[in-house]
Design a protein around this ligand. Sequence first.
Ligand code: SF4
Length: 751
Amino acid sequence: LDKKVRQNIWEDNNFINYKKMSENLAVVRSRLNRPLTYAEKILYSHLDDPHGQDIERGKSYLKLRPDRVACQDATAQMAILQFMSAGMDQVANPTTVHCDHLIEAQVGGERDLARAISINKEVYDFLSSACAKYNIGFWRPGSGIIHQIILENYAFPGGLLIGTDSHTPNGGGLGMAAIGVGGADAVDVMANLPWELKAPNVIGVKLTGQLSGWTAPKDIILKVADILTVKGGTGAIVEYHGPGVDTISCTGMASCANMGAEIGATTSVFPFNDRMYDYLAATKRKDIGDFARGYASELRADEGAEYDQLIELNLSELEPHINGPFTPDLGTPISKFSQAVKENGWPEELKVGLIGSCTNSSYEDMSRAASIARDALDHGLKAKAAFTVTPGSEQIRATIARDGQLKTFEEFGGMVLANACGPCIGQWDRQDVKKGEANSILSSYNRNFTGRNDGNPATHSFVTSPDLVVALTIAGSLHFNPLTDKLKDKDGNEFLLKPPTGDGLPVRGYDPGNDTYQAPPKDRMGVTVQVAPTSDRLQVLQPFQPWDGKDVKDIPILIKAKGKTTTDHISMAGPWLKYRGHLDNISNNMLIGAINEANDEANKIKNFTTGDWDAVPAVARDYKKKGIKWVVIGDWNYGEGSSREHAALEPRHLGGLAIVTRSFARIHETNLKKQGMLPLTFADPADYDKIKPDDKVDILCTQLAVGEPITMVVHPKDGKSFEVPLQHTFNEAQIEWFKNGSALNTMAKTA
Ligand code: SF4
């Protein structure tokens, strides 16, 4: 068990440590004394302190040591900029960056890619040079979608990966706990801080029977999403098991794990089996498969392990599903879909069918889809609706180009897009309908929220298997059920489409295609990270100032926010996304969505130094310029929503000291601490009402100690000062973050 097996073919010095994982598990087992689910085994074998860690599902916060980090290009920018500010020579844990989100689909793969490379040049140059400098593997634009590349190259059974993208769980198809996180978490792991996760509950999905005919692996997750709904997996890992698992291809399992993100699950996992072994062998990692076989008993649930919830699915009875529109958990079996279209008045004509994406672009998916297109072509038919194909990786593109599927799609009338996210993330210059015009599209993607694909809120977007996408594209109608409905061939004769067939793995092996990987150079000292000082998309971060050791007196309340203040209110998305790598520019959206209690308006607050009303970021900048720190007063669950680190970086950048609220969303609270801010809560939530927007406050920072309250002295504009006790959740290590100015400054000091 203590063989030296590399994690992947690209990195010489990163090994899989099954021995250590096994030892950690033995420690945990002796403490818990009960059978463990596979999801637990993966997590607990990565504990920072298996001896001392509290372990209670759904309650404890686990401190974990992931094996790897992966970032996509939109989220990598700020993560790497932050990492750079820590002043370390290289990442402490294996990391890769993948260029996939910034490529717009317009006229087809090659030209779209060339255009994206020119538009995003400064971002790509920055990422590529920073990766070279800090020992990070860099997958250039055109290489493919992050999750497909991870599955093909980096995922391994029993591993723990965090990725700055919500569909990171795709790696569960290879038995890995692959978890989507915010940039701040990725930075922690790059900088060698342990990563914290609330110990998830475990939802078991027991699969029996066997898939056949038109039913595809995707239908499993479409059905599970229908059962559990978009919130049903929150705080839980979905663990598939049972004899049905062995009947699904590895890439099919990945599709199910990928779309588990749609039910809010932390991640989804499948136990290691021969299908995974075959995939590892086909992707040049037979040694990992052999190693995992030696450790197989730890790569599945223990006999008698208990789940917090159990769902059973008989694959032999599972019907193909179509989910949507507007939400991925509205599932309809194909036999009832036509009726549902009528009853709900969904637009009947299918305008566009889209296959591929990180969810469904495996060799098997493409082969099955091509078999249906070929059947249609043999009957003299082509796609009636527009049709696009997004290969998930350069390897898939090259392999299906070699083996003929790509040619079939083109003959069928398809447009082959770049190996990138494209229409799945709204990077789609769609011309066939006007904004506001109701229409239907059908994709093999995972997410179908309003406007996600084309920015048109009237587009009814449905998700399904690639098989059904192709079939309905032939008919051009949402009323078509390929299992029962006949089509007319070119001579007017009726025929039934044949159920799809296709190899799970390419018989001739994968063709790697163009070389799209940039390994870190041996000599990294001479590499300069490329950031133009004039750039408005990228800005090198300066470390935040350490605390001066003093209480802070008589400072203003920038805004007293009323009601819901989510991370979207604090740092809006949409048009601001392009400034994600430029802290100063993106700070112009700070708190612009929060409602000011003084006037019930958003983005209009009073500057106490001038008496003028102005935008929140403008006032904060003015205070900063004048050397005046400030606080925000917030309501319940401040910072709920996402783990977006910009929501914590921006107030810190613009001179904020503390955010004082009735309560915090936990991730945002931690993010604030990481950036050297003070997230504080009213000991008595009713004290929130005693504060007026134009009061001044003292924050007695010198009182900061574990478990001790902090005093805020309030100086009302008219009236007597009074004290308000505040609470906090800082531990010893986090207090150091505040003192040093940030968690990264603290890491830099100890590195
Ligand atoms: Fe996300 Fe879609 Fe890209 Fe997958 S293809 S990573 S779901 S944007």
